[in-house]
Design a protein around this ligand. Sequence first.
Ligand code: 3PG
Length: 391
Amino acid sequence: MISLARHSAISAPSLAQGRRFSPLPIIGNVQKNSLSFFKSQPLSPQKPICISAAADTLGPAPAPEPRQPLVETRAYEAADGPREISVQLPGEKAAQKFKIGIYFATWWALNVVFNIYNKKVLNAFPYPWLTSTLSLAAGSLMMLISWATRVAETPKVDLEFWKMLLPVAVAHTIGHVAATVSMSKVAVSFTHIIKSGEPAFSVLVARLLLGQTFPLPVYLSLLPIIGGCALAALTELDFNMIGFMGAMISNLAFVFRNIFSKKGMNGKSVSGMNYYACLSMLSLLILTPFAIAMEGPQVWAAGWQQAVSQIGPNFVWWVVAQSVFYHLYNQVSYMSLDQISPLTFSIGNTMKRISVIVSSIIIFRTPVQPVNALGAAIAILGTFLYSQTKQ
Ligand code: 3PG
């Protein structure tokens, strides 16, 4: 059965799938086909969605159980491939919202902790290529252990999956290392102010390279984003061109990551958590030789000794913290994508940047001029307006 429907962000618990490992309670529906929900992608929730009934609902109906979803469907966004939606009983909506709130709070908190420790490490040990590599290595190791011990379900992926993942991983690697290089050169808050401009890159790439068109309000919402970022950059006390360009390159790379993800991964049955795990592993393989070429073991050894002599043994724990929290915040964000619409995710990502900007300014006592703060506020407001224009 094929029909058209408006995409719903709400999903219902699926009894068809067992629980799997998660640092948070698994909310709602099965975590499949999450791959078409990516950060800040220029998707419209108004885009028609083709829905086909799940095959198992076509056979003889089993006896209904209380509080099971009345209808469960798999949704396929037109021309883009499958994505899942399901209809909830009204009483379940409040619990679902509460759980999504927990996901968001956890995602933001983990992200703040990552950013703080990442900057502390980079201040003492300014080797962003190695710290980026360690972040990916920690996540890969954690997930390999989880799969080996069956704490997490091992994904069933084939060669085709890895081929499709490759361009996504290249873009993820570039975006990750560029953001880390940026944070090694400028204040965390400045990197994230520039990164709040990602929707502008998203629209411009979609318009200029893919020929997509958008309603006028979308273009208008880019004005405060671009203007706010420009004002913040021009008035940044600690401006550094490498730091600025790193954040800009990261924005561009993440837009391509979203495009490749959306093009290549639709229809694959991999949970958000496992998808991110595979992405980390492939990115680690890509990044390691470049990290060795850019910095190298000799430089790392000397820098490490210096950092330990300055900071003491705690430095090692800072590195562990930045690596582990990097994986955890990304994992939770990808798990969130299984539960919410791209629009909700985009708003959540903007709120996350506010948390990081404010907390890093407080913790690192970053000097901020009023006009600089105004630029940041305008950019963030623009990002929020952009999200609203997509409704
Ligand atoms: C990274 O290191 O990958 C970036 O800091 C990611 O930034 P974001 O997840 O906030 O876009």
